[in-house]
Design a protein. Sequence first.
Length: 254
Amino acid sequence: MNISGNTIFIPGATSGIGLALALALRDRGNTVIVGGRRTDRLEAIAAEHPDLGTVRIDTADAGSIEDAARTVLAEHPSLNVLVTMAGIMRTEDWRTPDGFLATAEEIVTTNVLGPIRLIAAFVEHLRRMPDATIMTVSSGLAFAPLRVTPTYNASKAAIHMLSESLRLQFEGSSVSVIELEPPAVRTDLMPGHAENDAAMPLDEFIAEVMTLLETRPDASEVQVERVKFLRYGEARGDYAQVVAALNSTDPHGK
């Protein structure tokens, strides 16, 4: 992925990693459109950052995705990068009757169906572009599970394998597939997450991501150093120790 000169749509970018990444990409000379459900947040972003485009989108709603795609492509026909940022993280206890199913279904709808529907809405347009990128967003928890977030872990593992598979299908085409794999980052993804001392400061995470995008434009996975502990536990042969450490020290890991 080239670091500048793109037209980029980032649904789920009204706060946290999404908004910080949008601003960093804008500062590198890209046209960036952010999407989100809350119109008040979109209006505030437009007022504070008038050079960012905004569009309302609910990635848990198939119709909303289709409407937003039509709007974005009509207003920005040069769009060549889609970042499927939107996602939710919830705790669940599968030992409690009726204590997890609705939450699990919500997570799958947003974290798995959302990216699938987003890619489906934009893929034909992206395939017509001479240089296009789909950036998916998984997590370190795709590779090592946090006990209290089973469906979130599974949803991010699904995104990892989806990314791997799409990369194979688009091989040799103008579309590249990049997977961003955050560790725990200090955002409001979950209550108390922004104050979690074990999580990576957001500005440090974004700075390292931008450096990786700039210095490794052909990378298929964007991994800051702190996520590699989770990402490569199985390959190193210390997976059990990684899982034990994760679940003893970071109850709100990403």
